[in-house]
Design a protein around this ligand. Structure first.
Ligand code: MLT
Ligand code: MN
Ligand code: ZN
Length: 302
């Protein structure tokens, strides 16, 4: 399985349009930003599955020749899997509306309902190429297929993670709004665990992530009150937003090494996170734990 981190930043990206925190200032000056959260995976190097569809999808697809069009018109993007219904993970679906066929979109049941309801992307897209919604089965691994039903060589298990509904759906009744994924290459046996948003490392995360060849995990915030320090008094804490802070006591840096993944890389990193700054004490602490800070365009073969 080939894995490409298309975008390593959380919602807003780095720099974020209205932010002048130290990381956003640095990114503007050295012209080295980060795009919003998405990963591409492929068993055969030809047909690709997007894990989340970023608002920066257009630049991300242009940046990787593997994802360039096939023939005069056509794409190697065979399917999309959404791990949540947040704007930073779904807006990119609108950018694929020129597709020649309905795009298969795997998502948890709660997210599939949101995208036909409170955030009606599926309804809007039905006037264009349309999507084929597929609900992720939380009970058993699913072999992934393209729009014609052809096997893509990857099997996907999904498990609900501790979170809260998206802000636009606070009133919606309880459902699964966030999952972690475990993808297995049916030929090589290589395993990717993808958990870009999680408020806790609980038994469900442990089942998805334990012993994976590669674990991509929620690196949104370093500390619980990080956003408040930049935005001001009433900003939510990391835990209120459903993100386990990386560096706090009881945070992910203490817990991730116990999952025994062969490699662990932090993704979905907010622009306020001090570990983004090379040479910072926080970056040194991450690397001393054997964990990597994800970068756009990092690649792995599993
Ligand atoms: C999240 O991951 O918590 C959301 O994407 C935050 C947002 O609304 O940007
Ligand atoms: Mn997000
Ligand atoms: Zn910023």
């Amino acid at each position: 399985m080939r894995v490409i981190i298309l975008g390593s930043a959380a919602g807003g990206g780095v720099p974020q349009w209205n932010c002048a925190c130290p990381n956003c200032i640095d990114a503007r000056h050295d012209n080295r930003g980060r795009t919003q959260s998405s990963v591409a995976v492929s068993a055969d190097g030809e047909r690709w599955i997007l894990l989340n569809a970023s608002p920066d999808l257009r630049t991300q697809l242009a940046a990787h020749h593997e994802l360039w069009p096939r023939g005069r018109r056509g794409s190697g993007i065979a399917a999309v899997i959404l791990t949540d219904g947040e704007i930073d993970h779904t807006l990119g679906l609108l950018l694929m509306r020129e597709s020649a066929s309905k795009l298969p979109v795997y998502a948890p049941a709660g997210v599939t309902a949101l995208l036909d309801g409170a955030w009606p992307l599926y309804r809007v897209l039905s006037a264009y190429s349309g999507v084929e919604p597929r609900v992720l089965d939380e009970a058993r691994p699913m072999p992934l297929t393209d729009h014609a039903g052809a096997a893509l060589g990857l099997c996907c298990s999904a498990a609900p993670v501790a979170r809260r509904p998206p802000r636009y759906a606070r009133g919606v009744s309880q459902a699964t709004f966030d999952v972690g994924l475990r993808l297995e290459d049916e030929r090589t046996g290589g395993t990717l665990a993808y958990v870009p948003t999680a408020g806790a490392i609980d038994d469900r995360v442990r089942r998805v992530a334990s012993g994976a060849d590669l674990l991509l995990f929620d690196g949104t915030f370093w500390s619980d009150d990080e956003l408040r320090a930049v935005v001001g008094g009433d900003a939510p804490t990391a835990r209120e937003m459903g993100h386990l802070p990386v560096g706090a006591p009881g945070g992910s840096l203490e817990l991730l090494p116990r999952l025994d993944a062969k490699r662990t890389v932090l993704v979905h990193i907010n622009n306020t996170n001090p570990m983004l700054c090379p040479g910072s004490a926080e970056r040194t602490q991450v690397e001393a734990s054997g964990v990597l800070v994800g970068e756009d365009a990092m690649e792995f073969e599993l």
